[in-house]
Ligand binder design. Sequence first.
Ligand code: NAI
Length: 441
Amino acid sequence: MSKKLLLKNAHIEGIRYFETYRKHGGYEAAEKALKMSTDEVLEEVKVSGLRGRGGAGFPTGMKWSFLAKPEGVPRHLVVNADESEPGTFKDRYLMEFLPHLLIEGMLISSYCLGSNVSYIYIRGEYSWIPDILEEAIEEAKAAGFLGKNILGTGYDLEIYVQRGAGAYICGEETALLESLEGRRGNPRLKPPFPAVKGLWERPTVVNNVESIAAVVPIIEIGGAEYAKIGVGRSTGTKLISACGNINKPGVYEIDMTITVEEFIYSDEYCGGIPNGKKLKACIPGGSSVPIVPANLLLKTINGEPRYMNYESLADGGFATGTMMGSGGFIVLDEDQCVVNHTMTLARFYNHESCGQCTPCREGTGWMYKILKKIEKGEGKMEDIDLLWDIQRKIEGNTICPLGDAAAWPVAAAIRHFRDEFEWHVNNPELCLTQNYGIANY
Ligand code: NAI
């Protein structure tokens, strides 16, 4: 049974509201943190080994310690709630059902970072959630946990919710900051990192919803205890949003010691694949991370079981591994067509490219067109090599990682499922008549 830290009270009726949240220990971690020095809070987060839960896995404590502190310049915490990665919906769950966990995490984190005005930037499509968050902010304020002189400590904090307008790119932290400042969400070059020059050129920490929520249990149980959960550099618990061909789609909290096989087949999590179908492949970290075929998903190249953690999923690099990413776990059964799936993703990235960098603007459209051709049975063998060539020319050549995110799924699909691409080229008549003929493959 996995240890629950974030979702331990999620089943309690009314936990969304301050009164119930407080009755079950809510804001006790904040009270504890506000009695500590900011350095002590930072030390707990560092010791916990918490890594950014948005996808990059960058150590949170280290990011916080990079925050510049020039005299007289305000600093900000910005929570990235622009969760838009296809397959990823764990932040939505936290904000919808446990909004006070996020607000409490923001209070502790803002106090530690010295932010008196903090923001939640939420994706436009989550249209019903800002009201939930704003209600929680009002409740916390009425109870003295936000506003002026919180709990008599002299510390002031205001939290504002900013709605995005539906652009995936605004989840990239610098595009998010541009958007928050009222401009078109075009990513900025890094460095300088937001920790040095962020919102309105002020030092800013941008953290994912789940990362900030995790600060609450870290203070509650202490960084050292938190670090004992999990394994190696994959400490604590991780929320996984599971979808695709599984019996029990949903959001699960895992402690990163379980195997991928257990996660897919155990009744505690995904509950196996419907209709007794076989597993074909999985994308374990949201659509941007490489797809992995079943044989490499259930064990590593060395025959070790593959575990649901940062290191094990990445084992072997992109040739045989993938990434933990944002924890958007997408399962494909034996009937799914990888070419069709890759084309769908290519369409998404083409639509969402901001157009700033030529390789991404032109390359994503080109990849989509070629994939569409191959998928319809109108492709040639050399199109597969062209596709490979284009993705190589996008990766690493753009300002932000959207280019990489568009390239990696294509690269992994060709690397592991080239025979499926070739089948499409060799069987044009079946592509058109038999739902791409994968059942007959
Ligand atoms: P990144 O590796 O560039 O940065 C990670 C974080 O560490 C950033 O906040 C960055 O400012 C900070 N950082 C790194 N080096 C630093 C330094 N020297 N000084 C100060 N701060 C430093 O990755 P990025 O672009 O933030 O995230 C990419 C990931 O986002 C992808 O791997 C993907 O998994 C994920 N993603 C998640 C989505 C979602 O909906 N959750 C959507 C799309 C992508």
